[in-house]
Write a protein that binds this ligand. Sequence first.
Ligand code: OGA
Ligand code: NI
Length: 390
Amino acid sequence: MNHQNEIMIKEDTTDENGLNTMSDQENTKKGLGEKWPEPTVRVQSLAESNLATVPDRYIKPPSERPDQTIIINHQPQTAAINIPVVDLNSLFSGNEDERERMSEACREFGFFQVINHGVRPELMEAAREAWRSFFNLPVEAKEVYSNSPSTYEGYGSRLGVEKGAILDWNDYYFLHYLPLVLKDLNKWPSIPSNIREVLDEYGEELVKLGERLTRVLSSNLGLKEEQLKEAFGGEDVGACMRVNYYPKCPRPELALGLSPHSDPGGLTILLPDDKVVGLQVRYGDTWITVNSHPHAFIVNLGDQIQILSNSIYKSSEHRVIVNSQKERVSLAFFYNPKSDIPIQPLQQLVTSTNPPLYPPMSFDEYRLFIRTQGPRGKSYVESHISPLDN
Ligand code: OGA
Ligand code: NI
């Protein structure tokens, strides 16, 4: 499908709820146009130029810098505390302890890891290695996939369009799986030669995993198994992937690989680097470095789940630290609601003592916050709370 058709289809979408369906043209009007506010600098290029320090644009103010002791201990064994591990096979065989562990993790952390999840370890490995090869290509080979703020698809190096913003120490690749009208293989890398085939299968498997997890979340919330998926738009759910590449950083104590944020969408299923830690989850006033179980996926709940569950489940705030020894690659797969339907607290989870905390908003509108302003902790979901006195 060519680009022109894609825009026409989006414009033809009827919006019986009075919500904005954001077309590329409307994004352009809102400032998410075809150009970044400044020339793009690839972090990989900076890392390869053997700088003694990092450029000012990447230096965080002192209060936002990561804790130095954690960076020195970048080895998984020494740095990390495990987040709850849920054995999905066992859960689906009726093990109530597993179900309870997942339920508790969703209420407390918004974060857990899953093992025996049904995705072949060879496929996970193949996807990670394909992306490692891609990011190891010379920067020039990747520039043909250079992205723009209007859709974010392709090779990028910043989130947000604010001129002069402090940037994170990563390059990334963003692509769509669902809806099928947005899946465009021409926007996927073609090198290494097997990458499209591997990514296609990986996407199919992760959509299935996203569905299974959504069913468990739904019944753990006391809803019918299918209800959460229905609220996501049924067969019209969205799915996309952001692959993160964190080059070595000469001054890891001054910068962040990814600033604190919660994911704006539904569920995130992360395949972390198997050799290098970096992901940290906020727990109260501390940041816990995630040490992942071999062959596990790390699952975290996004803002749309917090909204649909009326805050029974919390989206998690997380960030990524970098180090001077090893680069890191992670694959973040996002299982999202259909982008143009209203998302609001589910009726069954609203009572007179628990009134709806959030007004309806489509995911397209919601994600504009992060797409324009970049990562800002949990401020978007927190500012979205309905004023109770109205
Ligand atoms: C993300 C993310 C974590 C990581 O892409 O949203 O939080 O470990 N990634 O790279
Ligand atoms: Ni994230």
